[in-house]
Design a protein around this ligand. Structure first.
Ligand code: DX5
Ligand code: ZN
Length: 216
């Protein structure tokens, strides 16, 4: 299967959000990755439901909404109504992950679980049949433009093995510090979806950069 690319709108120009979304529409991107930060679960605040809805209004690609927030259960329905196709919650923020995943599915969205860099993939062994996508954080969540954590490769291979053992169809997404240097190794280890923020938006030609990532 060809890799999927999810540019992170966090690195876009928020003053020209319509233009940025329209640019992504014309690209080979598979998703638009939308980072929601609450200033509690992570030490930064990004934006919330109305901005997600505004992005969705212009988007022709599915929104992959990454909730870096406490109490995600409280906001699942709002983000679904705002246009989220994939809703990803953090393992570390969910006391009753099984229930949260059921709630996401009941809303008709795909269910994702994100793991912080210190959280072992093995903790998902008994949940994989419920999870459409696992987002392996390759930086500490909260900011774009950080350095990629090398231990990620081993997490991807271990998770891929678990998925194969369980026979599930769960996709592996990598989020943080992704670029053309680490992308081939990540795909080789078993990644399916690559999130890229600053690497795409800070490049001279984001459409071409997305195409390059897609062509690996
Ligand atoms: C980090 C976010 C990432 C971020 C990726 O907390 O979850 O999605 O936008 O940005 P880059 O690609 O610049 O690391
Ligand atoms: Zn993210």
């Amino acid at each position: 299967m060809k890799s999927m690319i999810a540019p992170s709108i966090l690195a876009a120009d928020f003053a020209n959000i319509q233009h940025e979304v329209e640019m992504l529409n014309t690209s080979e991107a598979d998703f638009i990755h939308v980072d929601i930060m609450d200033g509690l679960f992570v030490p930064n605040i990004s934006f919330g439901i109305p901005v997600t809805e505004a992005i969705h209004r212009h988007a022709k690609k599915p929104l992959d909404v990454h909730l870096m927030i406490q109490n995600p259960d409280q906001y699942l329905e709002s983000f679904r109504k705002a246009g989220a196709e994939v809703i990803t919650v953090h393992w570390e923020a969910c006391t009753h992950l099984n229930r949260t995943l059921q709630a996401i599915k009941a809303l008709g969205a795909k269910a994702g679980v994100a793991l912080n860099p210190h959280t072992p993939v093995e903790l998902l062994a008994d949940s994989l049949d419920q999870i459409d996508l696992v987002c392996i954080m390759s930086v500490n969540p909260g900011f774009g433009g950080q350095k990629f954590i090398e231990n990620t490769y081993s997490k991807v291979s271990r998770l891929k093995q678990l998925i194969q053992e369980k026979g599930s169809k769960t996709l592996i997404e990598i989020d943080g510090g992704v670029n053309l240097q680490n992308a081939p190794k990540l795909l080789e280890a078993g990644a399916d979806v690559l999130v890229a923020g600053s690497f795409v938006f800070n490049s001279p030609d984001p459409i071409e950069t997305i195409a390059e990532l897609k062509s690996i």
